[in-house]
Each structure stands twice: as structure tokens, then as C-alpha cells.
Design a binder for this molecule. Structure first.
Ligand code: GTQ
Ligand code: FE2
Length: 351
């Protein structure tokens, strides 16, 4: 017997089930929970605490060098609903990465798409196909599929940030490829501005005329700076008078999401505000950049503060309360929404 053996009180049917299981066949008529009326999420609502991740990451920094093979000092968020898989949700990898003083995480590339969201510090550059992207608090840095990337920290301070990848989707599609980059000839640059930003970073302007448009299906702008995100949120709040505002990070050439599988948004909830309930299909990972408060996800409630990472399952009603006081709650969220939209599976509801 190789596959699951179904059982019946009727001896002949039970015998049929036994013979079927020996031939790796299962009876649909006896299955439950396959075509459910609503999404039956395996992903659980969960919070990974920044304080705990920082303590364990710093200990890893003392014990674990960054070498070829290991490559990255990364603590992967493992959702308790996913049977030990190192995934934050069924579709998203999320992790905290630590890079110590004068360390270098060597170049590689992979078919999964990745992004970095910086929680604090400003001492690391990510080289993407040779273009140096400075990483500072609040910045979003893209590492699109199959681009070579390496991280280097020329300072004497350690730094940490959050990684999000579409790895579970690519793995499910059995399409993971990985390749190491050239480890010799490394020229770790520390330019304050990347070529990507110099070409595509001016608001509303993209190269035209003799310049070939990029052929790729991801944003040619690889860095979204906190000063711009912060201003967009502040202006929207001022103009609308709303206490719950969001911006979406987009590809300046196509107006679409930054990468084909990943949607990125930043939300600002004014201190003291409780948001309406909302739910959507697909899963989300949220990181707290500023402020503190409480998030309700389905039947779960979590206190949240700077650096915490949250897993939000598909179709779970969610609302957020920002603590009263002086600081607004700034939340960075990555979702798989572009995948669901492409397949016409995206649904959203608000209460
Ligand atoms: O920094 O290149 O969290 O390749 C997982 C896989 C980070 C990275 C992760 C990766 C990286
Ligand atoms: Fe990588």
C-alpha cells in the first residue's frame, strides 16, 4: 500500500478501497474538505516578535559565519499551520537577515523573486547585477527573479532587515532554480544612488527616445526610499483627512505591481484609530515599521510593535488598532495578490 487507505463498514467496499490504495488511487466520494464553500486556510494567523528574533539573530551572529553553502544568516519565519515548512504563509517566505560588521553575503541568483524591507540602520549595500543599492530604514529594495545579488556591510555596525520571497509559489510550481555568482572579482560599491534610481527614480519620468524599454516583467526601479513613501502617506492623510491611508509600490514603466508575484503596500494608521474590518483571498505578511497597537486576525489578537512580523491567512477578517499617543502605526505589507488577480481568484470584502 502506498497511498492513503480509505475504510468502510461494508466488507466489499472496504476491499475495493484496499485494492485502490495499492494502485495509488483514492475515492473522491469518500473525501471531505476538498471543495470547501470558502477557503480552508492552512496558514495560521501568527506574530513573530521582533525582540525574540533580534536576540536569536544576534546569537546566530556570534556562532554562525557566512560562508559559501550557508550564504545568508537568515532566521526564517515558520508558520505553525504548515507542518514545519520554513514558510511564513502558504505562499510567502518571510525572514529576518543579519549582516555583521564588514561581512559580505556572496552573490547568487534564483528564480524566486525577493525583496528587502529595512527596519533600521543604513550600513548595507545590496549589489543587484552590479548596481549598488544602499539600504536604510524604511526603504524597500527589490531583488527580482534571476538577478544576481550580494549584500555587503562595510561599516563596524551590524544590521538587520526583513526578506520576503515568493519561494513557496515557485516551489509549488516546481520551478526553483538557483546559481552561485562569481565570488572573485567582487567590487563592493557604496554609491549613494543606484543606476536604477538615476534612470527611473524621477517622479513621472521614464527614459524615452533612443533608450530601449526594459524587457523584463518587473520594475526597473529597484529602490523605494522612505522619504518618498513617508511624504506620499503624509500628503494623502492631509488631503483626505483620513486616519487610515495606504500607498502601493508600483513599476514606473508599466504601472503594475513591483514584481509579477508580489504586491507591496505601506499603510499609515493614525495614533488612536481603529480600522474597519477587511479580508481578501491570498496570504499576506505584514511588518511593523513604526508605532504600536493591536491587530485582530480572525479569532486572534496580537499586540504589535516595531519589527514584529505577522502572517495573515486567506479570507480572515482583519482590523488594526493604533495605540493612542504621538506615533502613527506604519505597516509594510507584502501579498500574493498579483498571482490571484492573474488567475481571477482575487476577492476582497470590507465591513
Ligand atoms: O538574501 O539572497 O531570506 O536568497 C532567503 C533566500 C534571503 C538573500 C532569504 C535568499 C536571501
Ligand atoms: Fe537570494
Amino acid at each position: 500500500m502506498t497511498t492513503v487507505r480509505y475504510h468502510s463498514d461494508e466488507p466489499e467496499l472496504d476491499d475495493l478501497y484496499e485494492q485502490m490504495s495499492e494502485k495509488d488511487l483514492q475515492p473522491l466520494w469518500a473525501m471531505k474538505g476538498l471543495l470547501t464553500p470558502e477557503p480552508a486556510a492552512r496558514t495560521r494567523a501568527h506574530r513573530w516578535s521582533a525582540k525574540q528574533m533580534r536576540a536569536l539573530g544576534e546569537r546566530a551572529g556570534e556562532l554562525v559565519p557566512i560562508d559559501r553553502g550557508g550564504d545568508r544568516r537568515v532566521l526564517a519565519c515558520a508558520n505553525p499551520g504548515l507542518n514545519g515548512l520554513p514558510y511564513a504563509t502558504s505562499t510567502l517566505w518571510a525572514a529576518v537577515q543579519f549582516l555583521g560588521p564588514r561581512e559580505m553575503a556572496p552573490a547568487h541568483r534564483h528564480s524566486p523573486s525577493a525583496l528587502r524591507f529595512v527596519l533600521e540602520g543604513d550600513s548595507v549595500w545590496t549589489m543587484i547585477n552590479g548596481d549598488p543599492l544602499h539600504m536604510a530604514a524604511g526603504d524597500l529594495i527589490l531583488t527580482p527573479a534571476w538577478t544576481f545579488h550580494e549584500h555587503h556591510n562595510p561599516s563596524d555596525r551590524g544590521m538587520l532587515w526583513v526578506d520576503v520571497l515568493d519561494l513557496p509559489v515557485v516551489e509549488f510550481l516546481e520551478s526553483v532554480f538557483f546559481e552561485e555568482g562569481p565570488s572573485e572579482d567582487v567590487d563592493p560599491k557604496t554609491d549613494p544612488q543606484s543606476a536604477s534610481e538615476r534612470y527611473y527614480g524621477a517622479p513621472g519620468l521614464i527614459p524615452a527616445g533612443q533608450v530601449e524599454p526594459p524587457a523584463e516583467n518587473y520594475s526597473p526601479l529597484l529602490a523605494y526610499r522612505w522619504a518618498d513613501t513617508d511624504a506620499a502617506l503624509r500628503h494623502q492623510a492631509e488631503l483626505t483627512g483620513k486616519t487610515d491611508v495606504s500607498v502601493r509600490f508600483t513599476d514606473p514603466v508599466r504601472g503594475r505591481d513591483v514584481m509579477p508575484t508580489l504586491r507591496c503596500e505601506m499603510r499609515r494608521i493614525s495614533a488612536g484609530t481603529e480600522t474597519a474590518l477587511q479580508r481578501q483571498t491570498g496570504t499576506r505578511v505584514t511588518t511593523v515599521l513604526h508605532g504600536s497597537g493591536r491587530i485582530t486576525i480572525g479569532d486572534n489578537e496580537f499586540d504589535i510593535e516595531h519589527g514584529d512580523i505577522l502572517a495573515i491567512p486567506s479570507w480572515a477578517w482583519t482590523s488594526v488598532q493604533a495605540n493612542p499617543g504621538s506615533e502613527n502605526l506604519d505597516l509594510f505589507t507584502t501579498s500574493d495578490a498579483p498571482v490571484l488577480e492573474a488567475l481571477k481568484l482575487f476577492r476582497e470584502e470590507r465591513s
